[in-house]
Structure formats: structure tokens, C-alpha cells
Design a protein around this ligand. Structure first.
Ligand code: ATP
Ligand code: MG
Ligand code: FE
Length: 333
């Protein structure tokens, strides 16, 4: 069973061919980072333009690399939210066109479900399962009682973790997206600034990163006014320690209250080395019976392979849509 998957929710145009929801035959990702960098973030109008320019090339290449034809496909899967409306619409429209022209079923996929299914390329899923979704727009702890049945246990009240990385990175003069560089710097410095760990003691699974971001920016600006040079590596390490501490402690709380068979870490920030090693150590010592599935580094960021894996399961659950499918920018689980 072959699924052709489309992902255009943000600033990556991606098309993949996935076999049986577990084998990647092709996964073409055209990134637009260079075009957005000078603005310090994604410009929606620019993103839509790029998707339009890239999408047919990506489609040709995805089929070519996979060495398949439209006749070989069983379905078309597409991200219809959450994301930027103009960006989503390019993928949705292209997927509809292919499904219509080749008389293939069209399967709608939630982008965040897709992020979770990036971990499906590591091992088969077992339930109940829990996922930590950390990305540019979301920070959520999700409980998955059974296959494709998602419940948000907790989420950020303000900024997403990746958003916080990108914003503090900007203050340090790091290009967008800053997460990867800040992560590298963090490993060259030490936690000397003692930034706040918001809501860490609160009896819930929610997060808040805007206070940390403000504390960080104030620290840097106050030093600038005093003409004082702060160590950027120590700043990065202190910031990262705060983020990882909060994420790990809420995960621990959620796991204590909700026993599961597997724990998934996914989303762009799941590429973070500090987070990966902390969760790995915590699970080994505190929850040795929970299997840890971390999204492969290459599949943490946006890509269509994860949409193909989620799409296969959605397809098996008889999820279908027709030519009336619209983009849903604020889609939740
Ligand atoms: P969403 O999935 O919520 O709609 P998005 O698709 O824009 O948002 P992703 O592409 O999943 O987000 O992730 C991008 C984010 O991941 C960026 O904010 C980026 O800085 C962050 N990121 C990437 N690598 C790392 C890293 N090693 N450490 C921390 N953050 C990282
Ligand atoms: Mg992106
Ligand atoms: Fe994403």
C-alpha cells in the first residue's frame, strides 16, 4: 500500500511516498529558510509563493525517487492544519488535484499527528502511549489511549518551546531558526544565570515560556546598558537548562499519573540534544518499563514522510475527505 503525502503547513514544501505507513520510498523536502532569514521569521506571503514555485518539482521528484507511478498509489494524504492558511492551501489544492485526476482516496492529516508519527519509523506503536510534542508553534503533552485517538493533557499557555528558542536566538544575533545553534552553544557553556522555571511546581501538565524569554532578554539588555559582555555560551546553557527542566518535570508528572507503554518525543525541538539525553536518562531511571521512541533527527522538522505514516493509519481508520476539503489553520486534536 503506497501513500503519496503532502506537507506545506509552514516553510517546508515536502512530498513523500510511504509504503505501509512504515517505509520511506522518498521524502523530498524543499526548505525556504534562506528567504525568511533576513526577516527573522517566516513571512506567510513569502512562504505561500515558495510553495507554489516548489510543489510540482517536489511531486515529480518524490515519484521519481520512489520509482513509482500514480497507478501504484492507494491514497493521497495531506496536512490540512494547523499552520499558515496560505501555505496549507497550496498543499491541500495540489493533493486534491492529484486525488481527483487519478481517482484516489484523499485522506486529511493533522500536522501534529504527523509529528508524532515521525517516531513510527523507529518502531511499531503500542498503546496506551504518551507524546511530548515540541515544535515551533506547539508544546503539548498528548495521551493516546488507542490508535489515532489523541487527547491533549497539557500545553503551553503562551510561547511554544521552539518559538522561545528562535526569539532568544535573535537577541544573541543567531539566524532564524535558532534552535540548533543555541543547542550547540549550550553544550559549550554552563548554567550560571539561573533563569526561571515557570509553572514547574504547579499541579498540571501545562507550560509557559514567555517569562523565561523576557528574563533572558532583560538580562542581555541590562548587561548591554552597563557595557558588560555576557558569555553567550553560558546564556544558551542556562536558557536550555531551564527549558529542559520544565519539559522533563511535566513529562514525569504526566507519566506518573498516566501509565503508558510508550513515550514519543517529536517535533522540531525534539532534535535538541539536551532534551533527548535528559528524557532518555529520566525514562531509564524512573520509568524503565516505558519504551522511548524519539523521532529520528532527520524527521523532527517538518516533512511529508511523517504525514504519510499518519495518513496510512488515518486511511485504515476510514478517514476520507473530498474536494470540499479546506485548510484549518487552528486545527487541534
Ligand atoms: P508546528 O509544528 O508547531 O506547526 P513548525 O512546523 O514551524 O511548528 P517545526 O518545523 O516542527 O515547527 O520545528 C521548528 C522549530 O524547531 C524551530 O523553532 C527551531 O528553532 C526548533 N529547533 C530545531 N532544532 C532544534 C534544536 N536542536 N534545539 C531546539 N530547537 C530546535
Ligand atoms: Mg519549518
Ligand atoms: Fe511542524
Amino acid at each position: 500500500k503506497l501513500i503519496l503525502a503532502f506537507e506545506t503547513s509552514c516553510d517546508e514544501t515536502s512530498i513523500a511516498v510511504v509504503e505501509n505507513g512504515e517505509k520511506i520510498l522518498s521524502n523530498i523536502v524543499a526548505t525556504q529558510i534562506d528567504s525568511h532569514q533576513r526577516f527573522g521569521g517566516v513571512v506567510p506571503e513569502v512562504a505561500s509563493r515558495h510553495h507554489i514555485e516548489q510543489i510540482t518539482h517536489c511531486l515529480t521528484e518524490a515519484l521519481e525517487v520512489a520509482d513509482v507511478d500514480y497507478d501504484d498509489l492507494s491514497a493521497v494524504a495531506v496536512t490540512y492544519g494547523p499552520g499558515l492558511v496560505g501555505s496549507l492551501l497550496i498543499g491541500v489544492t495540489a493533493a486534491k488535484a492529484v486525488a481527483f485526476a487519478h481517482n484516489l482516496p484523499l485522506v486529511p492529516v493533522n500536522h501534529m499527528a504527523g509529528h508524532i508519527y515521525a517516531a513510527r519509523f523507529v518502531d511499531q506503536f503500542q498503546y496506551p502511549q504518551m507524546a511530548l510534542l515540541v515544535s515551533g508553534g506547539h508544546t503539548e503533552i498528548v495521551y493516546i489511549k488507542s490508535e489515532y485517538d489523541f487527547e491533549i493533557l497539557g500545553e503551553t499557555r503562551d510561547d511554544a518551546a521552539g518559538e522561545a528558542y528562535d526569539k532568544i536566538g535573535r537577541v544573541l544575533g543567531v539566524n532564524y531558526p535558532a534552535g540548533k545553534t543555541i543547542d550547540e552553544w549550550a553544550h559549550e557553556g554552563s548554567d550560571t544565570f539561573d533563569f526561571p522555571r515557570a509553572m514547574i511546581k504547579e499541579d498540571n501538565y501545562d507550560f509557559s515560556f514567555s517569562g523565561l524569554k523576557s528574563a533572558f532578554i532583560n538580562t542581555v539588555h541590562n548587561a548591554e546598558q552597563r557595557d558588560e559582555e555576557l558569555n553567550s555560551r553560558d546564556l544558551a546553557a542556562s536558557f536550555q537548562q531551564s527549558v529542559v527542566d520544565v519539559l522533563a518535570s511535566k513529562v514525569e508528572r504526566a507519566l506518573l499519573d498516566h501509565p503508558v507503554k510508550q513515550f514519543v518525543v517529536a517535533g522540531g525541538v525534539a532534535a535538541n540534544k539536551g532534551l533527548r539525553s535528559r528524557i532518555e536518562r529520566d525514562l531509564q531511571t524512573k520509568f524503565p518499563n516505558v519504551q522511548l521512541l524519539m523521532a529520528p533527527l532527520k524527521l523532527c522538522g517538518d516533512n511529508a514522510a511523517m504525514i504519510g505514516a499518519a495518513g496510512q493509519v488515518a486511511f485504515d481508520h476510514k478517514k476520507r475527505t473530498d474536494m470540499s476539503l479546506n485548510a484549518v489553520p487552528g486545527l487541534s486534536f
